[in-house]
Design a binder for this molecule. Sequence first.
Ligand SMILES: [Ca+2]
Length: 291
Amino acid sequence: MEKIRTLSFGLAVLVLMASSCDKEEYSGMNTMTVTSLRAEALPGAIQLRWDVPDTRDLLYVRVDWIDHASGELRTRLCSRYTTDLYVDGLLNRYGDYRFVFTSYGTDGSSSQPVHIDRSCEKAPSYYVETGENVIPLTASQIGTNAQEPSEGPASNLVDGNLDTFFQSFWDEWTYPDLKPAGSHYLTFDLQKEVTAFRFRYWNRKSGGSRPKTVNIYVGTDGTDWTLARELDNLPTDAGSSYESEVFLLDAPISHVKYEVVKGSDEYQAFFSLAEIEFTEVLRELVDPEQE
Ligand SMILES: [Ca+2]
């Protein structure tokens, strides 16, 4: 019996949905029928709202619509206390979606379905990642305001050896004139324009101070910088590594500045790094409204 009821309900919904040119609401309302159907068109989505009758007979409202992309029936069950439903994953190019509302009572009865038709606004375009390229780096592409003269040249950052490291300035006793002002930083000339990238670095295996709080700046000329992200609580165990999330940029950049605000030794400005690597992330803009 229940199967027959479900089948006949499905038929009713399908018949209702098939008559998509007919925007008249069904008139056979009863005390459980929802009223004042509203459908606000949003980008790739529709916000549905309705009023529920003030009756304890109503148990829940079933909302059905056809997902035009797959051709499948979608269903949401809304309690008697719910008066809105946000439906996303829709496309403007499919035209009107028909949302069919059927009320169910505490005694198992159902109301005559009512419906509202609405098309959404165009869904926004989005990027998908299509690949990635490690950006080759040599010592000539690396700059710093704080090279320690006695050890750890910047070339050690890109020699593929986790046992060698860059060391920022610490020996002010021997080289008082070389002491940098402010935070110690590294700069990287990627020698190519990128709109999305990530980086990974490996900490020194022993000794020194490892970066804990870092500011990442981006730029196009190695002179003017824009703060892109503040990284905190970075791994400071000896030999540990860190891989950033992808930096998504509004405009192409070619330079990155890695500024250590605080190290694992909070009383020292210097830091060490064993190796660093930048990766360009390739993206493609997808317009879901284009078939
Ligand atoms: Ca190294």
